[in-house]
Structures are given as structure tokens and as C-alpha cells.
Write a protein that binds this ligand. Structure first.
Ligand code: PHE
Length: 320
């Protein structure tokens, strides 16, 4: 188990080593935090797969903080934690079955992860969804039914041969998975908003103790939600600049850097195209709400004014 690998990694480790093609969206500055031209805050723990395989590790877990520029809502936060698992199968293990190596490894992977889900959650509704990752084939996502929606909690698959070959494992096969730890905890304890993991409020932290997890999750006490403070909604409408560099992630980054954890959601509620001027207008609704206290109108108005101003100066939009 590795849990102290540094979160700043090379673009080689984060992308190339796991076969993320040139031009893939995840490489863009819109999705990933670049520290320098060739170093990033890792966007997944898969960044460590190849180097650990090269070190001769055959069965390992990596837990760590990962970073993504993303939208803002109850299940997304720019930093969260993943746990990666990799298991290499030797040639001898693969030859003891009628199945093709890929099918065998795939089956082993699903059995293991379903066992994990059952251990953690007891009876819970789950489903496998076919997915795409550049580093696995076939690839799947596991979703769990939570708060009225299907929530993706992990991605996984059979590791691409090319990665194993790069680590001089030519006769072997492997599976890999990457699990979102906050989402898992949200489902397990009924935690309604991912920002709660960052609160200093004792009404949250006092409900959890190190080690309480051990006996198997589903018997544990759910989080007792303390009363929520009222939300405050602010809409902002603007025309996108010509040849727009505007992206929702950039907007969210601005809102996040202005309002910090006081923002709960940023949602596009209206979009229209004016055929005469060929301009596009967006209207976003920003939900402000603190997890710990009530906010004053004054405070929110100041935040909203700052957001509006920064939208103009940084993204070049025209407010309406
Ligand atoms: N790295 C993937 C993600 O962050 C998850 C994953 C890990 C998928 C390992 C397949 C194998 O979404």
C-alpha cells in the first residue's frame, strides 16, 4: 500500500505512461492543473501504475489526493482522493482456465469488486457500465444508486498489454481499478455534500473516528445530518466573447476562488443563440450555501459582484 507518493507528477507519468493520447481532453489546461509545462497535479492515481510495475510490484494499492478542474455540485470538488488497485497475473495462473486471459482477468476483477462493494455496503443496488479508459481494455465503471441517482464510484478494466510490456511483463496480464474515496464514503455514511469533508465543524468531525470502518461498513451508523442553512441563488447572464475561450470549468474556477466552500452548485439554466448577431448567451445559477453557518445578503452580494467582475476581466464575457 502506497499512500505517500507525491501528487505533483510529470505529464509523462500522468498521461503518457498510461497511454493517454496526445490531444485527449484530460491533457488540456481546462481539465488538469499544470504546475509547469511538463508537471501536473496528478488527476488520477493511475499516474503511478507504470513506475510501480517497473519496480517489480505485482499487487498493490495506491491511495492519494487527486486534482481536477471540474463543474461544481454536491459530488464534485477540485481535490478528492482515489485508491488505485493493481493485480498482475502470472502465466501459470492464466493457463489454468478455459477462458481467454482477458476474459479470465475481467471476471476476476468483477468478482473481486462486487465482493468489495458487498462488504462495504451490504445490499446496495449496483450496476456495471461499459466505459473507455486509454489504459484498460475492456473497461468498466461501477455505479451505485444513491440519493435518487446512479453515482459512479470506480473505473476499472484489464490493463493494456503495452503498459505491461513497458514494465517487461510480457507473459502476464493484469487488472486495475481506481476508486473515488469521498463518493464511497458519501454512499456509506449518507453524506449529502462533498464539501463536508473539508469543514472544521465538530458536528461533522465528531461523528467519525479512525478505525470505525473496520467491522464492515454497512453496520455502521449513518451520518446524522445537522440542519442545513438556507441556500441563496444568484443568476448571472452573459454573452460569450467571439471565438470564445469561455468554458464552464473556467467559470467554476473563478467562482471557487472567490467564494471558496460557500458555493454549492454552478448550473447552466439557460442558453440561447441570437441568429442575427450570431452571439450566444448563457445564464448560470450559482447556489451559495455554507455548511457551517448562515450567510448574510451583504456577504453574498459582495461575492457575486466579485464573480461578475472577474468573469469580465478574465474570460472576456459581456454581462447582460
Ligand atoms: N484512472 C481512472 C479515473 O480516474 C480510473 C481507472 C483506474 C480506470 C484504473 C481503470 C483502471 O477515472
Amino acid at each position: 500500500m502506497f499512500d505517500d507518493l507525491h501528487p505533483v507528477v510529470s505529464t509523462y507519468d500522468n498521461f503518457d505512461s498510461v497511454l493517454v493520447p496526445e490531444g485527449h481532453v484530460s491533457r488540456s489546461r481546462n481539465d488538469t492543473y499544470y504546475v509547469t509545462e511538463d508537471r501536473v497535479l496528478r488527476c488520477h492515481t493511475s499516474a503511478h501504475q507504470l513506475s510501480l510495475l517497473k519496480q517489480g510490484e505485482k499487487k498493490f494499492l495506491v491511495a492519494g489526493d487527486v486534482y481536477r478542474r471540474d463543474s461544481i455540485d454536491a459530488t464534485h470538488f477540485p481535490v478528492f482522493h482515489q485508491m488505485e488497485g493493481v493485480r498482475v497475473f502470472a502465466k501459470s495462473e492464466l493457463s489454468s482456465t478455459e477462458l481467454t486471459p482477458q476474459d479470465f482477468v475481467s471476471q476476476e476483477l468483477k468478482i473481486m469488486l462486487e465482493g468489495l462493494a458487498k462488504h462495504l455496503f451490504g445490499e446496495v443496488e449496483l450496476r456495471w457500465v461499459d466505459a473507455y479508459f486509454p489504459f484498460t481494455d475492456p473497461s468498466y465503471e461501477l455505479e451505485i444508486f444513491f440519493n435518487g441517482e446512479w453515482l459512479e464510484v470506480l473505473g476499472c478494466g484489464v490493463m493494456q498489454k503495452q503498459i505491461l510490456n513497458e514494465a517487461s511483463l510480457v507473459d502476464e496480464e493484469a487488472w486495475a481499478f481506481g476508486l473515488g474515496l469521498e463518493r464511497l464514503a458519501m454512499v456509506l455514511f449518507d453524506i449529502p455534500d462533498i464539501r463536508l469533508f473539508w469543514t472544521n465543524d465538530e458536528r461533522f468531525s465528531k461523528q467519525f473516528k479512525a478505525g470505525m470502518f473496520r467491522s464492515g461498513g454497512h453496520n455502521m451508523q449513518k451520518f446524522k445530518s445537522y440542519s442545513k442553512y438556507p441556500p441563496c441563488y444568484k443568476d448571472v447572464s452573459f454573452w460569450l466573447p467571439d471565438g470564445s475561450k469561455f468554458t464552464e470549468n473556467n467559470l467554476c474556477e473563478i467562482v471557487r476562488s472567490t467564494a471558496g466552500n460557500l458555493v454549492e452548485e454552478v448550473k447552466l439554466i439557460d442558453e440561447f443563440h441570437n441568429p442575427k448577431t450570431n452571439q450566444v448567451s448563457n445564464c448560470y445559477r450559482i447556489t451559495y450555501r455554507s455548511m457551517d453557518r448562515s450567510l448574510t445578503d451583504e456577504e453574498i452580494n459582495t461575492l457575486q459582484d466579485d464573480v461578475r467582475e472577474t468573469l469580465v476581466t478574465s474570460l472576456g464575457v459581456t454581462l447582460r
